[in-house]
Design a protein around this ligand. Structure first.
Ligand SMILES: C[S@@+](CC[C@H](N)C(=O)[O-])C[C@H]1O[C@@H](n2cnc3c(N)ncnc32)[C@H](O)[C@@H]1O
Length: 212
């Protein structure tokens, strides 16, 4: 189902409901991640790079953002965004998040990072993976002890916003997501100092924490 991203990469930014719905989640997520200037951040399944502006700003000129995605077409859009904005701190890696060799990320890290990233960020992606557990294990192996992680993903809206559930179900079916995946639970289980918010009627769940 991830092939939809190969076919629709060019239109993703326009058709994905970014302005009305999903930007709110990435903004909350980057805020909760508490990135520091100089940090290295792994953006797991970065897509067209819609998180990059926030992350590049957060890590500052001495930091590094590594965007990993398995779709060459989505990465091409990300590459264009990076070039257009002149972001020299962004590196792009084409790999399957559930099966990548960590060395492909390590190779992109500055020497001072000593083979670790300071933060993991993943938005609207882990619920699309066939199984997000191996992706988490791989990303976590790259995270320095005491690093921060944030997962932004989708669930059905709650309260009066349940009215929008049919729309949500349609959108996630097109995108290939599994609303039962709930990948943020790994941070709730493994993290300390865990912070979470739900935005857009509870549809978007944002969970961040420190991973010991
Ligand atoms: C809905 S998009 C989200 C992109 C981006 N994180 C965002 O917030 O806009 C899902 C992305 O996950 C990527 N993806 C799906 N399965 C993947 C996998 N196994 N490994 C790496 N990327 C994957 C797709 O190529 C696509 O770019």
């Amino acid at each position: 189902m991830a092939n939809v991203y190969e076919v629709a990469a060019r239109f993703y930014d326009v058709l994905s409901g970014e302005r009305v719905v999903y930007r709110a989640g990435r903004e909350s997520g980057v805020a909760l991640l508490r990135v520091r200037q100089g940090d290295t951040v792994l953006d797991l399944a970065c897509g067209t790079g819609l998180n990059f502006a926030l992350l590049v700003d957060a890590v500052g000129p001495s930091g590094t953002v590594i965007g990993l995605d398995r779709s060459p077409a989505m990465l091409e859009m990300a590459r264009r965004r990076v070039q257009l904005n002149g972001w020299t701190s962004v590196r792009l890696v084409e790999a399957d998040a559930t099966a990548f060799d960590p060395i492909v990320v390590v190779n992109e890290l500055p020497a001072a990072a000593e083979g670790f990233v300071d933060c993991i960020f993943s938005s609207y992606a882990m619920s699309i993976f066939n199984d997000w557990h191996p992706a988490w294990d791989r990303a976590r192996a790259l995270l320095r002890p005491g690093g921060r992680a944030c997962i932004v993903d989708m669930q059905l809206p709650v309260g009066v916003y349940r009215l929008f559930s049919p729309l949500v179900r349609l959108a996630v079916a097109i995108g290939g997501a599994d609303l039962k995946a709930r990948p943020w639970t790994i941070i709730e289980r493994e993290g300390v100092d865990v912070r979470s918010v739900a935005v857009r009627g509870g549809h978007i769940r944002v969970v961040a924490g420190t991973i010991p």
